[in-house]
Design a protein around this ligand. Structure first.
Ligand SMILES: NC(=O)c1ccc[n+]([C@@H]2O[C@H](COP(=O)([O-])OP(=O)(O)OC[C@H]3O[C@@H](n4cnc5c(N)ncnc54)[C@H](OP(=O)(O)O)[C@@H]3O)[C@@H](O)[C@H]2O)c1
Length: 255
């Protein structure tokens, strides 16, 4: 197991799904984890689970679309711990639809959470990381940031933007001690995917079809993504920056 002993880590959207699994894995690897989520109930449940196992987690209410919220969270973490070692921009939302089925409002909302949210929070923490010449930033992209997906116009647009932001930031800041990577998972069985499935006329058929896009024939488990995140955040991955790390069950290999 890779060690994150004494690292201060903040994970957005960690009150559910992949973020919750990452919070547990990071705490297990020795990190002190801030769980920052708009979903207070989910976030507090994850904190209680981690703390009851004798590990360290704390909840912070955060809407990543709100710049002032992001600045406030950064101030609180930096005031209390003087540093943030690892920032995981995981919070994200999805939507189903082609261009003609997507409204301008859907487009703006997805952009606000999936892209602008990462921009807001990273901007709030980056100066402190640069001061220390140390920081790891891990953004949650998607297989939909590497290949197009039918009926996911807005989602893929935002996730391609996350990959672009990751690579640009790596170019700008890797020589200053900051590593910036993103993870591109295939379909992961989480409340996010279950909500998407419920939008189909036949959710069970949709589940089977979604599973076959992975060559492994199944969706990923959140813990599998969390394992990759722990590695990428650890100092063992010191030479990995600017990467769009695929954990997609082989989806991107082609048909
Ligand atoms: N599941 C997949 O198949 C899959 C595949 C590739 C990439 N991803 C990406 O992985 C990330 C996590 O997905 P997931 O499946 O774990 O989703 P999830 O179970 O829905 O969890 C996302 C969490 O983020 C929170 N959130 C939503 N909007 C927020 C905001 N504005 N500010 C702060 N927190 C916010 C959600 O709160 P609410 O519940 O209150 O909305 C929820 O707690 C997303 O970026 C997603 O695009 C997922």
């Amino acid at each position: 197991m890779f060690s994150l002993n004494n690292k201060i880590v903040l994970i957005t959207g960690a009150g559910s799904g992949i973020g919750a699994a990452m919070a547990e894995s990071f705490a297990q690897a020795g990190a002190r984890v801030f769980i920052a989520d708009i979903n207070k109930t989910g976030g507090q449940e994850v904190v209680a689970k981690i703390n009851s196992a004798g590990r360290q987690a704390e909840f912070m209410g955060l809407d990543v679309t709100n710049e002032e919220d992001c600045n406030q969270v950064a101030r609180q973490v930096l005031d209390s711990h003087s540093r943030l070692d690892v920032l995981i921009n995981n919070a994200g939302i999805g939507s189903v639809g082609t261009l003609l089925q997507t409204t301008g409002q859907d487009m703006d909302h997805l952009y606000a959470v999936n892209v602008r949210g990462i921009f807001n929070l990273t901007k709030a923490f980056l100066p402190a990381m640069l001061d220390r010449k140390y920081g790891v930033i891990l953004n949650m992209a998607s297989i939909g940031g590497v290949v197009g997906i039918r009926d996911r116009l807005a989602y893929c647009t935002t996730k391609f933007a996350v990959v672009g932001m990751t690579k640009s930031m790596a170019l700008d800041h890797s020589h200053q001690g900051i590593r910036v990577n993103c993870i591109c998972p295939g379909r992961v069985e989480t409340p996010f995917v279950k909500a998407r499935l419920a939008e189909y006329p036949d959710p069970e058929k949709a589940y089977r079809e979604m599973s076959t896009t992975q060559l492994t024939g199944r969706m990923l488990r959140p813990e599998e993504v969390a394992g990759a995140a722990v590695y990428l955040a650890s100092d063992e991955a010191a030479s990995i920056t600017g990467a769009a790390f695929l954990i997609d069950g082989g989806w991107s290999a082609g048909k």
